[in-house]
Design a protein around this ligand. Structure first.
Ligand SMILES: [Zn+2]
Length: 622
């Protein structure tokens, strides 16, 4: 199957998935792997998390044993952090519902905002008491280590609490685990910050998290639209009103990681913002980033003095929905309108603002869309279209140059990965394209055959021999392994042989799931469709006329193997011929010369026999 890559932006599909082989590979950005790696990469899960995720989905019971100590420690820390957060989460909820302070201050605040009991429960809203150290003591009593409280920022020092006298909002990751908290003070004291957020920790990255996304992701996909608001309470209020495709970028201005998070579910973003200057400014931030991701942005301005929560309460759900549908304005056109009003007739201001608009338009990757905007802007701003085009092209070409530089660097890196450098020392040499007859290429081809056809019977003259291909290959190569230029390929052949010896089977999944990264990556490349197609073409045979590769496997292995051995013989021959020449020039003893001469003759005979065998017996049947 082929489709658009989820890891990089593209218009032409280059991302392939082979369900049978359980692998994916992108020929645009080079990402590839098995299903576990996909989950790790795409859902930002760790290895054990991915395993647990799959086990849960398919109802498989897991018996957990850990591997490396270091890894175990890290996992243990992560798991403990989640456990502590879960404790804090339950604690704050308990305070809200079960203490007088929580009920009279926190709960009544939420009720006043119109939050239903079910909503308060769903979003796990809570309350942090006024008394300093209240939470800390409870956590220590619950046997939680103080270091974990410090790491999560729940306490800064012993017997003290970070969140006090605040209503609490739990922040969830995509799988619903609590990664941090936001706390809002109800005090009127201006010196106290209105909102406090958990600091970043090993499990909480603010740039990569969006408030409410865990609850919204399904609706975002269904509606094919994401509504972006500013605050926790806006998110919750809209959600309660049945508008569930809503998230908040609370605490930070929108980051590229947050946008990519949204793009997983939809290309359409609707930004709701408070109808004052600050609200507009806040809404404008990060919009160019969204445009760059080829997403569509609409802005909905709320009447002066209203926020989404208050206005929703005023209008009711149906009227509010109508309002945001009707009032949604295209972001770019809105910006044009706004700046032209702002600039008035001041030519200096106008020039500055036009530059600003052109910069925004230049971010749109789609050319047709871009030229439509230019046309419209030219009319609205009363500026000739050519000027706008020229200006935007300037910006685009600078951007392209910058991106190309970046891409070149990445390509260089992925090329390095492509040829599977086992030894960092040989890296500079390996960047060059591989020549078809080089030793390295031949080794690579043998490893390919081992992976693809290792367990097929080895057929000689139409009859099955006692051996399978990997055994035949291993026996013939056993004297040559230390002459391999690239250890990866000899390792693959040896491991394939070991595996077959042990289990009498050799599945491609043995390689695509192998613990060694390089082996796994090589296997995934080999098994990817593009590689297959290239192989067909290389052999010079039309797709329709050549037999299945499997039918030629024995021939394949013989040809590759013997050609490779021929290569090694040639190398040896060169060495000994040189030696012979030196010995005659130095007039060393006749005995030595004769010995070398005999070796040379023996090698020549072997070479001649091998060449003849290849020529007479080993041609492709078409
Ligand atoms: Zn890609």
């Amino acid at each position: 199957m082929i489709g658009l890559c989820p890891f990089h932006n593209e218009k032409t599909p280059s991302f392939t998935v082979s369900p049978g082989k359980n692998i994916y590979k992108c020929f645009g950005c080079g990402k590839g792997g098995n299903s576990i790696q996909f989950l790790m990469e795409h859902e930002q899960l760790t290895f054990p998390e991915s395993i647990r995720f799959l086990a849960k989905r398919y109802g498989i019971e897991l018996e957990e044993t850990a591997t490396s100590e270091e890894y175990k420690e890290e996992q243990k820390l992560n798991d403990s952090l989640y456990v502590v957060n879960e404790f804090a989460n339950e604690y704050y909820q308990k305070m809200l519902h079960e203490t007088d302070e929580g009920k009279s201050i926190g709960l009544s605040y939420f009720k006043k905002r119109g939050f239903l009991e079910s909503t308060i429960e769903k979003f796990q809203l809570g309350y942090a008491n006024e008394e300093n150290g209240h939470f800390y003591k409870a956590a220590i009593k619950g046997n939680f280590k103080k270091e974990l409280l410090f790491e999560l920022g729940l306490s800064k020092r012993e017997n003290s609490d970070f969140f006090r006298s605040r209503v609490m909002f739990s922040i969830h990751n995509l799988s619903g685990k609590v990664v941090g908290f936001g706390g809002r003070t109800l005090s009127e004291n201006k010196k106290i910050p209105k909102y406090l957020n958990s600091p970043e920790s090993q499990i909480y990255n603010k740039r990569k998290s969006l408030y409410g996304l865990y609850f919204a992701k399904k609706a975002i996909r269904q509606e094919d639209e994401c509504i972006l608001v500013e605050g926790y309470t806006d998110t919750i209020a809209l959600h309660q009103a049945g508008i569930e495709n809503v998230v908040a970028s609370s605490g930070t201005s929108l980051t590229i990681d947050q946008i990519k998070l949204i793009k997983r579910y939809t290309d359409n973003v609707k930004v709701l913002y408070d109808g004052d200057q600050a609200g507009i400014k806040a809404a404008m931030r990060g919009m160019n980033l969204i445009l760059e991701q080829d997403m569509n942005i609409k802005l909905v301005e709320l009447p002066d003095g209203e926020d989404p929560d208050s206005y929703l309460t005023k209008l009711g759900t149906t009227a509010f929905k109508d309002y945001i549908d009707k009032e949604a304005k295209d972001f770019i056109l809105f910006k044009v309108q706004m700046i032209s009003e702002e600039a008035g007739n001041d030519p200096i201001q106008k020039t500055k603002l036009i530059k600003d608009i052109v910069e925004t338009i230049a971010k749109i990757p789609d050319t047709i869309k871009r030229s439509a905007y230019i046309q419209q802007c030219s009319q609205m701003l009363e500026i000739r279209e050519e000027i706008l085009i020229k200006e935007s092209n300037k910006i685009i070409s600078t951007d392209i140059r910058r991106k190309r530089l970046k891409a070149d660097r990445q390509k260089l890196q992925s090329q390095n990965e492509d040829v599977f450098i086992t030894d960092k020392k040989v890296a500079p040499k390996q960047v060059n394209p591989i020549q078809a007859d080089s030793q390295d290429y031949q080794e690579k081809d043998l490893a390919r055959i081992a992976i693809l056809y290792g367990s097929l019977p080895f057929i000689v003259e139409e009859e099955e021999s006692e051996l399978v291909i990997i055994e035949f290959m291993f026996q013939n190569l056993s004297g040559y392994f230390d002459q391999f230029k690239n250890d990866l390929y000899s390792t693959i052949i040896k491991k394939a042989h070991d595996q077959y010896n042990e289990s009498k089977t050799l599945e491609t999944s043995f390689f695509t799931n192998h613990e060694n990264n390089e082996i796994r990556n090589y296997a995934i490349d080999i098994l990817s469709p593009k590689y297959f197609m290239a192989k067909w073409k290389e052999k010079g045979a039309g797709l329709l006329t050549q037999k299945d590769p499997e039918l030629n496997a024995s021939r394949d292995v013989e040809i590759s193997l013997y050609r490779y051995i021929l290569k090694l013989l040639n190398i040896q021959l060169e060495e000994y011929s040189r030696k012979l020449k030196e010995q005659t020039q130095e007039s060393s003893s006749g005995e030595n010369v004769i010995k070398t001469l005999q070796i040379v003759q023996k090698l020549q005979q072997e070479r001649a026999a091998l060449s003849k065998h290849i020529e007479t017996n080993l041609t492709y049947k078409i």
